[in-house]
Design a protein. Sequence first.
Length: 255
Amino acid sequence: MNVKTFIICIILSITAFGYAQNVSAPKFKYQYRMVRLDSTYDAKVNPKLAKYVAKKQALIEKQMQVVIAHTDQELESFALESPLSNFLTDILLDEASKYIKDTTFDNLDVSMLNFGGIRTSMPAGDVTVGDLYRISPFDNYLTFIVLKGSELKKTLGRFNDKFNAPYAGAVIVYKNNKPVNITVQGKPIDDKRLYKLVTLNFISDGGDHLLEGIHYEKIEYTTITFRDFLIAELKAMTSRGEKIVGKKDGRAVIN
């Protein structure tokens, strides 16, 4: 259906509705013109606008090229565990509590991300701000959750040896495509104990079904994106003379 036909259909529908309601049909005029939404639409470039855009683009590119860290190896991301996903969840578990005032979330138990949110590998050598935008392009925010052990067990129990999410603070042993042993901070999960989880709002709100249907005792959202968190923490690592190191460590075991 072309634009003209579509508009005529709308007018006829409004007119018919008016008569059906025993009121006079609205009287108005309309005009339209076809606009090609392709390169021909921008054939005449506004010089001032083009100059402004070019200036802003150059500024952004300069910011993206700032080196904030270094790694001696390329870090890849893949299930069930990988050097990059392990590094990201480890730093989230270790450092995230600094970004929330609520002391409830001191000494976090578990961190969780999603593989879909890790969009590419981290290149060997200098790591730039732009690299982190490519790795984590989404504006997902740090989110803190308190939940019972029974709910945490239900969450981690959904994983299998073909599908899981990146996590830190837990070890899961799989056999016959399902978890047969789950420990958190080196101990079996206590169904009645309260555990502290840090994740992203995308996940806490049901994204990838990782926490879908899970009951929270408490949840606190922040306004810091995971990407900004990473930028800040990698800068801090560099200031301490530390390099990025990621490796598989056996947090996902298949028997």
